[in-house]
Ligand binder design. Sequence first.
Ligand code: GTP
Ligand code: MG
Length: 423
Amino acid sequence: MEKTKTYETKEIEERVVLIGIDNEKDLMNIDASLDELEELVETAGAKAIGRMIQKREGIHKAHYFGKGKMEELKAYVEELGATGIVCDDELTASQMKNMQSMLKVKILNRTLVILDIFAKRASSAEGKVQVELAQLRYKLTHLVGQGKDMSRLGGGIGTRGPGEKKLELDRRNISDRIAELNKELKYIEKHRQVMREKRLKNSQPIVAFVGYTNAGKSTLMNTVTKADVLAMDKLFATLDTTTRKIELQSGREYLFVDTVGFIQKLPHNLIKAFRATLEETKYADILVHVVDSSNPAREEQMNIVYKTLKDLDCLNKPIITAYNKIDKDDIIKPLPKDDFAMHTIEISAKKGTGLENLLNTIEEVIKSFKKSISILIPYEKSNYVGMIHGRCEIVQSENRDDGMFFEIYADEEMENRLKDFII
Ligand SMILES: Nc1nc2c(ncn2[C@@H]2O[C@H](COP(=O)(O)OP(=O)(O)OP(=O)(O)O)[C@@H](O)[C@H]2O)c(=O)[nH]1
Ligand SMILES: [Mg+2]
C-alpha cells in the first residue's frame, strides 16, 4: 500500500517568518512583542522559523516595510523556504494584496492568528458565535480584490472556523451568515441578561479575575473555588467566562468569575466581539488583577491590562493586584509598582501560597466598598430618594408605573437600609 494517501488529508505545517516594526512608541518593545507573536503562532499550530524587524517611524502605507526591506524579506523567505509571513500589526486589504504579490507566500497577521486560536478554543455557544462573527467581519473587510488568493490558500491559519468548521469565503455567503449569527447572538445575550439580573438580585458580591493571557487566572480560580476550569501553558486557554459561588471565611457568599485574558494589540473589532463576555467584568464589585511575575515583560503586560480595562470602562473599580507564580525561582525583585491597585499581594496560585491573605483582603475591600444594586422605590416612599441622591452613586434612574427605579452603587450600610427595595 502506498503511504502517500495518509499525507493528503493532513494539513501542511506552516513555516512562517515573523515581521515587525520597531518604532519605540508601542507599549511593549518589539522583541518581547515578537516573542509573544511566536507563542501565538505556535499555539495556532504553525512554526516560526525566522524574524525580521525594521526600524522606522510608522508602517509603509503600501507594503508595511519599505521597498528595500521588502526585497530583503523576499530573499529571506526564499532562503528559509517559508510558507508565509506573520505581521505583528494590523494590515489593510490592499497592503496584504501588495505584499502577497511581492512575496508570493501567504500573508498573515497577529489578528488572524488570534482569531484562529479563538476559533480553536471557543466552546460555549456564545463564544463560537462571537468568534465566527469576528472572523467573518474581518474577512469581509479584507476580501477586497483577493478572493481568489484567499481561496487558493488551501488550509491553515485564517481558514479555520470554530468547531471544525471551514470559514466561508464567498462574499454573499458571508453577509448572509453574519446576519444569521447576529440574530443568534442577540438571543444569547438576552439570556445572559436574564442570568445577570438573577445574579444581581441574589446580591452576592462579584469578584472577577482579570489579567494578561497565561497569567494564571484559571489556576487561581481552580485553587480558590475548586472549579475545574481548563488551565494550561497556552495563550488564550480560557475564552468563556466561568462563574462559581463560594463562601469565604466570614460566612458570606461570593461569586468568582474567571475571564478571557488580555493581550497587546487586540484589535478593536475583536474587543467589540467579546464585549458581552468581557462585560462580566463591568458587573464585578472588585477586580483581582493576576500578574505573571516571572514574565520578563510583566510590567508592559500590566500596562496593557490597565489600558484594556480603561477601554472597557472598568478602571473605576477597586483592584487588588496578585503577583502570581511567586514559587518560581526566576522572579526578579523588586516587583513593579502598581498605582492602580489598592493592595498588592504575592501569591502562588499553583502552590496555594498567599491565598488566605488574598481572600481576606478581598473581603475587607468589598466590605469597605460600594456595590452595584438595582432598586425600585414605591412613590409613597419618596423620602428615600433624597438619601439615595446624597449617599449613593446613581448609574441610571427612571420613573416607572410602580415607582422610581435606580441602578446605584451603595455601600454595605446603604444596601442594608434599602434592602426591601432591591429588585
Ligand atoms: N509555577 C507556577 N505556575 C503557574 C502558577 N499559576 C499558574 N501557573 C501556570 O501558568 C500557566 C497558565 O495558567 P492559566 O491558569 O491557564 O492562565 P490564565 O491566566 O487562565 O490564561 P488564559 O486563560 O490563557 O488567559 C499554566 O501552565 C499554569 O500551570 C503559579 O502560581 N506558579
Ligand atoms: Mg484561563
